[in-house]
Write a protein that binds this ligand. Structure first.
Ligand code: PLP
Length: 484
């Protein structure tokens, strides 16, 4: 028995039994054995598990196999700690005895951005410049629609969404994002989040493996866990999702979730070779790819990168769009561009979920886009966001003097800022005590305890003056974090 096993007080062979004829594969068996041991109390809370390397040596399997099993257990909350030092956690099922395993996994998943109560403040992530939204214009369009509403429009509408809105979306996205599709392929949903939910429900069976960018978007991770998926964290480098390690570790995955135009949260665009490699893998594996294009409209001098959907000749890509960043998040409207093979399935799931979003909101949005206000609003917001980004960047240089360095940012609504000499988690707590939101980058990793000393700072939600005041307070938080 290797010395490391002493920590779990039982040999690997008792913890994990492998049957080479088992249909689920080795990784699945390792995952299920350890999960069972924790749920049954055979391995108690706080017990240290053998490292994935020691497990691999003992079981005579590859390190990738054990690592992916361990990472899955971690993503679902069964294990906590750093690589090489993972402890069993009290089963979430006991804490929430009425929850299904999927429900418990959802509760245990990392939640990402930390928000303080109240209106948008420095440096909130995920909120656009709602202070600049043309509310009076929206109100005019809405009252015009209400005044002319017909009995048909008061009845149930089409599950796929209002025809006029689907056409307006098709016109805009084909021009703006360099792809081709028909209005019939557009499915209007209640925000990108519902789109991710519906896709997960229609395409995944419990236990199916899904590639997920690491670090990645917690909303997507939650939707996938909610469908019982086993998440395979795939690393992201300077070219975006690293396709090769994904294919090596989980070639048979059913689905891959990516943010190619602006990786969430790191901000890198996915390179063309990677896009092509991802599509090749998807075709070979018969897998689907979710392209979440959540904030691609915002570029400040960067060249536009056409969407992945435009390169997809096999119909493997499901494009997810949202109006939460381009307009305002409480609108709760987004859309999917659905490959022809999935149209019936997704429309049925759409109807089963909530029939369709409110027809009146869809009609107002269709007018807003169709009458040119959407394109005008986007142009105005790009100018405002460039100014807001500059304000945050200048204030960081002025107040933090090298202790906080913004990585070059020319797209999106947030920036990554590396910290020197103070711990990001501590700085984040000190910032919250001063009324400033500064989320540690580590909050976006499924692998808990990942060592990255950086903050994610939203720059879109507040005016330059508020950002400067926020940065002054963040500088004080860094100073306090250094002393602490
Ligand atoms: C990566 C990503 N996808 C999608 C969304 C939008 O989700 P929704 O349309 O549900 O508001 C967000 C919002 O923060 C996001 O960050």
């Amino acid at each position: 028995m290797p010395s490391r096993m002493a920590t779990s007080k039982r040999p690997t062979s008792l913890l994990v039994r492998l049957d080479p004829r088992h249909r689920g594969g080795l990784q699945r068996q390792i995952y299920a054995s350890i999960q069972r041991a924790i749920l049954d109390g055979v391995v108690g809370p706080g017990t240290r598990l053998p490292s994935s390397r020691a497990l691999a040596d003992d079981l005579g399997v590859s390190r990738t196999t054990t690592l992916l099993a361990v990472q899955q257990l971690e993503a679902e909350g069964y294990l906590a700690g750093r690589p090489g030092c993972r402890m069993a956690r009290p089963p979430a099922r006991l804490k929430h005895p009425t929850l299904s395993r999927r429900g418990a996994a959802l509760v245990a998943a990392p939640q990402g951005a930390q928000r303080l109560p109240g209106p948008p403040r420095a440096f909130r992530i995920g909120t656009p410049g709602v202070d600049l939204f043309p509310v009076a214009l929206w109100w005019r369009l809405a009252s015009r629609r209400v005044r002319s509403i017909t009995p048909t429009q008061l009845d149930y509408g089409e599950p796929a969404g209002l025809r006029a809105l689907r056409e307006a979306i098709a016109d805009h996205v084909q021009t703006a994002r360099g792809t081709r599709f028909s209005a019939e392929q557009v499915l209007v949903v209640a925000g990108a989040q519902q789109g991710l939910e519906l896709i997960s429900r229609v395409l995944l069976d419990p236990g199916d493996r899904v590639w997920m960018e690491e670090p990645g978007y917690p909303g997507a991770r939650s939707a996938l866990l909610g469908a019982g998926a086993r998440i395979v964290p795939v690393p992201v480098d300077a070219e975006g999702l690293a396709v090769e390690p994904g294919a090596r570790g989980a070639a048979d995955a059913r689905l891959a979730y990516v943010t190619p135009s602006h990786q969430y949260p790191l901000g890198v665009p996915m390179s063309l070779p990677r896009r092509l490699a991802l599509l090749r893998w998807a075709s070979r594996a018969g897998a689907w790819v979710i392209e979440d294009d959540y904030d691609s409209e915002f570029r400040y001098g960067a060249r536009p990168v056409p969407c992945l959907h435009g390169l997809d000749v096999d119909g493997r890509v499901i494009y997810v769009g949202s109006f939460s960043k381009t307009l305002f998040p409480s609108l709760r409207l987004g859309f999917l561009i659905v490959p022809p093979d999935l149209q019936d399935g997704l429309q049925a799931a759409r109807a089963a979920a909530d029939q369709h979003p409110p027809v009146l909101d869809q009609a107002v949005l269709a007018d807003f886009i169709g009458e040119g206000h959407f394109a005008r609003h986007l142009r105005r917001m790009r100018v405002a966001y460039r100014e807001r980004l500059e304000a945050v960047s200048d204030a960081a240089t002025r107040f933090c003097r090298g202790a906080l360095r913004l990585r070059p940012t020319r797209t999106g609504l947030h920036a990554i800022a590396d910290l020197e000499g103070a711990d990001a988690a501590r700085v984040s707590r000190e910032a919250a005590a001063r009324g400033v939101e500064a989320t540690p980058l580590s909050a976006y990793f499924a692998e808990r305890g990942t060592r990255v000393n950086a903050l994610v700072l939203g720059f879109a939600a507040v005016r330059p003056e508020a950002a400067r005041r926020g940065m002054e307070r963040l500088a004080a938080a860094i100073e306090a974090g250094r002393r602490g």
